[in-house]
Design a protein around this ligand. Structure first.
Ligand SMILES: [Zn+2]
Length: 417
């Protein structure tokens, strides 16, 4: 979701030259989506391409099964400064980033599957005690992708400890992650040895990764479509007025300084495109996952798994194994915490049974609160007002924290209202 960059030229040229004939045929968005992914020359783990391809095909198929997708993978001639970028030629992206989202979604789906098999599974799924941390999912993914086995083991121990998994549950999780990876990338030879858990995990994984792809690629599709909307019907979040409520926080003399981010109209509209795709794709969750508490849990995971890309600008170099993630804004976009409020509100608008649970919780809410505090206190003209519509998307303890200036671990845990 970085800004367009001329450094992307090489990949752009390769794709554009070969697609010149297609554009002469006047193939427009209506017939074909073109996506080009490139990876760094030292990135050797290209095992994820089939899973990436499948997710994009599923995601576009949600919109119209007749769309053709031309998805290509090459080595980057030059590392682009932005992770994703859309233009009328194609949507471009870093393969490593897509692979990270895929692997992070395996872990997220694996954790939810094992939790759902426990007694009182639905309570565990919806309570905030036992979530896979928003950063740890990506740390696990990074350790797998780059073969950092020592880090992987340390992380697995850490995650096992706070999830409260037994050794056998942890073994099941690790096997399940491999099973999803093998299946999604067509690596099985002969019979597929699917475990019982796999039948639950596979649809959870697919809905999760498709949700991530729908926002990330959905944003770029606006640029690909010549900066115009493909889905012309506004999302429920826009129609309800919530979009304007959140956006107004970065207007003059409101909570946040508008001149720091200088939001560009095209980027705001591209985000609206992402929200519409996310709402559409997520609304199919019900057909794919039957348990309502699992549906809710997937929405919660989607929030956590989008928080790292949105809050960090998806800068892969910023993900350390033991340091907190540095969050940053990117000029031209909405403030990252406002984008997260909007994403959360979109997912919440699709939730029917457990609306209270679809929030930014745990370390995701901690990051959002810290960012609001940092940017609001740096803005002399800030009115300091965080409206109820924002507080509703955060744990109740955050409201208490802002009122009393008392914060502890419970401030960020989500509990039923
Ligand atoms: Zn954009």
């Amino acid at each position: 979701m970085g800004r367009p960059s001329r450094k992307y030229g090489m990949l752009g040229r390769i794709i554009c030259t070969s697609l010149l004939i297609m554009s002469n045929l006047n193939l427009s968005w209506g017939q074909e989506l073109r996506v080009g992914f490139c990876h760094a020359s030292d990135f050797v783990n290209i095992e994820y391409q089939t899973a990436i391809r499948k997710s994009i095909n599923r995601f576009m198929g949600t919109l119209d099964p007749n769309f053709r997708n031309d998805i290509r993978f090459i080595e980057c001639q030059e590392i682009p400064s932005s992770t994703f970028y859309g233009s009328p030629d194609a949507v471009y992206g870093r393969e490593e980033a897509m692979a990270m989202m895929v692997e992070a979604s395996y872990w997220s789906a694996g954790v939810l599957t094992i939790q759902s098999k426990r007694t009182l599974g639905s309570e565990v799924l919806l309570s905030s005690c036992c979530q896979l941390d928003w950063i740890d999912a990506y740390r696990l993914a990074k350790a797998k992708l780059y073969f950092h086995y020592d880090q992987l083991e340390t992380l697995q121990n850490k995650v096992q400890s706070y999830l409260g998994f037994s050794n056998s549950e942890m073994d099941q999780l690790v096997k399940l992650v491999e099973e999803i990876h093998y299946t999604e990338n067509d690596f099985w030879e002969g019979d597929k040895p699917h475990s019982d858990l796999f039948a639950t995990a596979a649809p959870i994984y697919r809905v999760t990764i498709d949700n991530l792809v729908s926002f990330v690629i959905g944003h770029e599709l606006f640029h690909f479509n010549d900066n115009s909307q493909m889905i012309t019907t506004p999302s429920e979040m826009e129609e309800s007025g919530l979009f304007n409520t959140f956006y107004s926080l970065q207007q003059y003399k409101r909570l946040l300084d508008p001149f720091i981010v200088n939001s560009d109209k095209n980027e705001i509209n591209a985000d609206k495109s992402g929200f519409r795709f996310l709402q559409l794709v997520d609304s199919n969750t019900r057909r794919k996952v039957s348990s309502s508490s699992l549906q809710t849990a997937i929405r919660k995971s989607t929030i956590d798994l989008l928080a790292f890309p949105v809050l960090s600008g998806f800068d892969l170099t910023m993900l350390s194994y033991d340091q907190p993630v540095e969050t940053s804004y990117i000029s031209g976009y909405l403030y990252p915490m406002i984008r997260m409020m909007m994403i959360t509100a979109v997912l919440r608008s699709n939730e029917r049974e457990n609306e209270w649970a679809v929030k930014m919780c745990g370390n995701t809410s901690r990051a959002i609160v810290q960012l609001i505090q940092i940017y609001a206190s740096a803005y002399e003209k800030s009115d300091g007002d965080v409206p109820d519509e924002v507080l509703e998307l955060l744990p109740a303890g955050v409201t208490v924290g802002w009122e009393t200036n008392y914060w502890d671990e419970n401030s960020f845990s989500c509990q039923p209202n």
